[in-house]
Write a protein that binds this ligand. Structure first.
Ligand SMILES: [Zn+2]
Length: 233
């Protein structure tokens, strides 16, 4: 299986407000069994785990996804564990952040990361369904936060080096889904109780570019790094 990261569209298109593309979930399935993203009109956060795709709606409730649904941004890979780590004892949010800083063998590679176990708390967000052309940093002002306590679940996500902020979210980007696949969202912060961590190093990426008129005629003037800091953290 190829160890390649697939990115369905550069993130700067979503940052600009282009919340529609023609990439379907069925297409994503060909690109991997593991991933995160969103849906057209930002209608929920997406998570794919072991080949099952879920939509985490504005209230943070999860439901299985129809293969015909479309996404303006998704990151996928065929997950294969290359390294394992463990968080054996509870960490505060700050300590978890510190742990992440030192977890990777090199900060300059791409990684797919699957964490599974128990969390003392998880805070997630989802954004409301949004009309086209509203920049992401303005959409996330209306995000809804959901808080989970003492919950078993998964963090599904990626690490991207800081030098590609126009293509994917730099640093860590995780979506949370609980063990029963009933709830979750874009992870804002969490306090792990104990976690098993599986890492996959990705040595290359495949990026498709949108063919929508919005994209073809855009001039990208927004500062991706600043917008992402506002929208994703
Ligand atoms: Zn996200």
């Amino acid at each position: 299986m190829q160890s390649k990261l697939y990115i369905s569209s550069p993130i700067n298109a979503v940052l600009e407000g282009f919340h529609r593309d023609d990439i379907t979930i069925d297409t994503l399935k060909e690109k991997g069994d593991f991933g995160i993203g969103t849906f057209n009109h930002l209608d929920g956060e997406m998570v794919a785990l072991n080949g099952s795709f879920f939509q985490l709606d504005f209230d943070g409730n999860a439901r299985p996804v129809d293969g015909g649904m479309k996404t303006p941004f998704a990151v996928m890979c065929h997950f294969k564990t290359k390294l394992t780590e463990q968080i054996p004892a509870p960490l505060t949010h700050e300590a978890f952040g510190e742990y992440l800083k030192h977890m990777l063998p090199s900060d300059n590679m791409l990684y797919a990361i699957h964490m599974t176990g128990k969390f003392r708390s998880v805070e997630t967000r989802s954004v409301p369904k949004t009309e086209n052309n509203l920049p992401l940093a303005e959409v996330t002002v209306h995000q809804k936060i959901r808080r989970f306590k003492d919950i078993d679940g998964h963090l599904v996500g990626f690490y991207t080096p800081s030098f590609v902020p126009s293509i994917s979210v730099p640093g860590y980007h995780f979506h949370f889904i609980d063990n029963t696949f009933s709830a979750g969202g874009h992870m804002l912060n969490c306090e792990p109780d104990h976690l098993d961590i599986r890492l996959m190093i990705l040595f290359s990426m495949e990026l498709t570019l949108p063919k929508t008129l919005d994209y073809l005629t855009a001039s990208f003037v927004r500062d991706a790094k600043t917008d992402l800091e506002k929208a994703e953290r």
